[in-house]
Write a protein that binds this ligand. Structure first.
Ligand code: ZN
Length: 146
């Protein structure tokens, strides 16, 4: 279960979503994503510069876990190189699926507040939605770049 401190952090991110809104511009990619198990929906916007996330934002509707996770993800990946982004993603997926970090050197920041979601199997997709959207978007970007 989410303990009180973590619950507070999740609610805070849901209420005051970071990087919330649309991005516009030539090099902005976007993807719509839906979590069928809970009805959460989001659109993720990403601006890549070489191998770096130059800017990122999202809009969406859904449960507090899904929206907080999306907000936290944007903070974690903004201005980071794709190598770091992918390592962070793997680490977060690991945290949700196993309840533990594999590599303590990777800073998950506020995403650690979602650790307790591990025990709520029905909510895994809520926590992972934004990261799955990111995966899909990066695939799109790469097929365009190639
Ligand atoms: Zn949800």
């Amino acid at each position: 279960m989410l303990n009180d401190l973590y619950r507070t952090l999740v609610i805070e991110h849901d209420k005051h979503r970071r990087n919330y809104g649309e991005l516009e511009g030539e090099r902005v990619h976007k993807v719509h994503y839906k979590n069928p198990t809970c009805g959460d929906v989001m659109t993720l916007y990403l601006k890549l510069d070489e191998e770096k996330v130059c800017d990122v934002s999202f809009v969406g509707n859904g449960c507090s876990i899904s929206m907080a996770s999306a907000s936290i993800m944007t903070v974690l990946i903004k201005k980071q190189s794709l190598d770091i982004v992918l390592a962070t993603k793997e680490e977060f997926v690991q945290l949700i699926r196993t309840g533990k970090q594999r590599n303590e050197h990777i800073d998950l920041g506020d995403a650690l507040a979602l650790q307790g979601v591990h025990q709520l199997k029905a909510r895994h997709n809520c926590a992972l939605m934004a990261w799955q959207a990111l995966d899909k978007l990066l695939d799109q970007c790469h097929s365009i770049i190639k």
